[in-house]
Ligand binder design. Sequence first.
Ligand code: ADP
Ligand code: MG
Length: 348
Amino acid sequence: MAKNIARWRGFIAFNLVGVILLLVGCAKPQSAALTRYSEKKGLMGTIVQVDVCLNDEASSRVDAAYAEVWQRMSDISWRMNVYDPNSDVTKVNEVYPEAVTIGADTHAMLRRSVEYARQTRGAFLISVWPLIKLWRASQESQQPPAEEVLRETLRQINLNQLSLQADNKVARLNRTISVDLGGIAKGYAVDEAARILRQHGFRQFYIDAGGDIYVGGLNCRSEKWRIGIKDPRDRERIIETVAVSDQAVTTSGNYEQFLVIKGERYSHIIDPSTGYPQREVVSATVIAPTAEAADVFSTAMTVLGRERGTELIDQEQPEMASLIYARQPDGLVVRKASRRFESYQLNR
Ligand code: ADP
Ligand code: MG
C-alpha cells in the first residue's frame, strides 16, 4: 500500500513537472537558439560590418543575401562618391550647361537632399562642396582662407541652382554650383543593406558602417540591440548605451575626421551659414527610423549646435531622438539630450 502511494506521488509529481514545462513552453514559444554570423568589408572609407542572427534553416540563405548586400553597397559607394572620376556626383559637378542623366537612386537622393535642406533649416546642404574644397586646400597650404575668398565661395552654394528634371536628368544653372553626398550616402547604403536582408527573409540583424548603425528586430538573444556611444573625450570608452530595434543610431563627431591648419583642429563639417567649420559640437548622435535620416540629422545637429539642434528634434521630428556633447567657450564639454532620448537609455 505504502509502495502504491509512493508510486502515485511519483506519478503526480512527474506530471506536474510536465505541466509546468508545458506552461513555460507556452509562455516562451520559440527560444530556439540563434547564432550570430558576421562579415566585414572595407567600403566607403570605413569598415562595414554586417551581422545576422541565424537558425539552422536560414544558414542556406546567407551567401546569396551577403553577396547582394556587398554588391549594392560597393555600387553606392563609388557612384555617390565625389572623389571618383566616374561617379554620378562627378558627372553632375562637371557637365555644364546641358543636363546629364544619372542613376535613378542618385537622382532620388538629390531630390531628398533638397527636402533635408528645408527640414534642417539649411544646416544640411549638399551644395556645401565648394566650401569643403576651400578648407581642404587650406589644409594643404596651411593657410586659413582669406575673408573675401570665403565670401565669394559662400555665394556658390545656393542649392536652387541645381535643376532636377524628369528621366533622371540634372542640370546646373550656373558653373559654380557643385554637390557632395558624403553626409548622406553612407546612411542610404546602410538602409539598402537592411532592405536586401529583409528581402532575403532576415529580420534580426546589425549593420555598422563606421558609426552609421541600423539594427533590425531583436538581437540574437531576443533582446533589443544595445548600442554604445563613445565618449568624445576618450574614444576607447563607452559613455552611454541605448537599446533600440528597427532603428538607426548614427554619431557624427569631429574625433573621427578633421582638418589641421597651423596646429588648430577644424571639423570636416561646414556651417553653410558662415562658411566656417563648426566648432561647438564634439559629437552628435541621432536615433531615427532610417540610417539615411540619422546620417543627415547627425550632420545637421553638428552644424546647428546643442540648443537649436535639440529644439529642432524635439519640435519637428517626433520619430527621432538626439544626444549632443558640445564644448563651451571655457573648454568644458557639456551634454544635452532631446526629450525622447531618455526612453532609449540604459543604466544611467
Ligand atoms: P562622417 O564622415 O564622420 O560620418 P558625416 O556623416 O557627418 O560624417 O558627414 C560629413 C561629410 O558630409 C563631410 O565629409 C562632407 O563630405 C559632408 N558635409 C560637410 N558639411 C556638410 C553640410 N553642412 N551639409 C551636408 N554635408 C556636409
Ligand atoms: Mg552624417
